[in-house]
Design a protein around this ligand. Structure first.
Ligand code: ZN
Length: 272
């Protein structure tokens, strides 16, 4: 029985397993950085505090210009509306001038036609001329009516223009002060980010590069949260239940343990 066991290379002996485990431990011991996993986790937890802020600030920086653009668009639309009202007013005045030109030519026609009356010989001719004059007078009063309406219309449009101008002036004030405020906020955020980034670069010194790379990759994919505490028996990031065995694994601080659901690095607050 013992002979069969020993001669089969595919079945590892207990000694063989132990040796492998020992070698693996030896390799691990050699590759372990000077800073223990526990201390690396402590550093990452501190780093996370900064990165959480960095993430929120960066998000803010992305949103602010879009907000400013929205304000600007709203303001520009109001301005365009005012411009179209001003054009409307100009068009009404232009049309009125053309009506006034027509009115003048009708008046001249009436004078001319009246002068022709004395030269007419027959009653019929006279009556025809009188009809012609009446016709021109009727035309003239239609034109006069149009001119009066155009005065009313332009008054209405001009009143609207004045109202819009006042609103626009207020909105311009508001827009400009918001613009200045937002630009100031952007500048402040950029300054804060500079400070945070310089703090950050001093905090990663002891973290194993592979662990740091893993942390940063999760940070990017998981909305700025890469390392979370266990809360009760759940992941502090996605709140999925964490098995007891995994919690024990975290407690051992032998390697970084990640949540099976969200992939965030897990730690136990009481262990730090
Ligand atoms: Zn999770």
């Amino acid at each position: 029985m013992a002979e069969v066991e020993g001669s089969s290379p595919s079945v590892p002996t207990r000694a063989c397993i132990l040796e492998k485990a020992f070698k693996a431990k030896e390799i691990r011991t050699k590759s372990v950085p000077e800073v223990s996993i526990k201390d690396q986790i402590k550093q990452l937890v501190e780093l996370q505090k900064i990165d959480g802020e960095v993430y929120a600030f960066k998000k803010d920086l992305q949103e602010k210009p879009a907000y400013l653009a929205d304000l600007k668009n709203h303001f520009e639309a109001k301005k365009a509306n005012l411009k179209s009202l001003e054009e409307k007013s100009k068009a009404i005045v232009l049309q009125r001038k053309s009506f006034e030109g027509e009115l003048k030519s009708r008046e001249e026609e009436i004078v001319k036609t009246n002068a022709q009356l004395s030269q007419l010989k027959t009653n019929k001719e006279y009556q025809a001329k009188i009809n012609e004059i009446e016709h021109i007078k009727a035309d003239k009063s239609i034109i006069e009516e149009k001119i009066l309406l155009s005065y009313d219309e332009v008054d209405k449009v001009n009143a609207e223009i004045e109202k819009e101008k006042a609103i626009l002036a207020e909105e311009e004030k508001g827009y400009l002060s918001q613009k200045v405020a937002i630009e100031t906020q952007i500048k402040e955020i950029e300054d804060k980010l500079k400070v945070l980034n310089s703090q950050r670069s001093q905090m990663t010194a002891g973290v194993d590069p592979a662990n740091l790379a893993m942390y940063e990759k999760i940070l990017e994919k998981k909305e700025g949260v890469a390392i979370v505490p266990i809360q009760g028996h759940s992941c502090g990031g996605c709140f999925m239940n964490t098995p007891e065995q995994m919690i024990n694994e975290i407690r051992m601080h032998d390697h970084m343990v990640s949540c099976e659901m969200c992939n965030r690095i897990l730690y136990l607050q009481e262990e730090l």
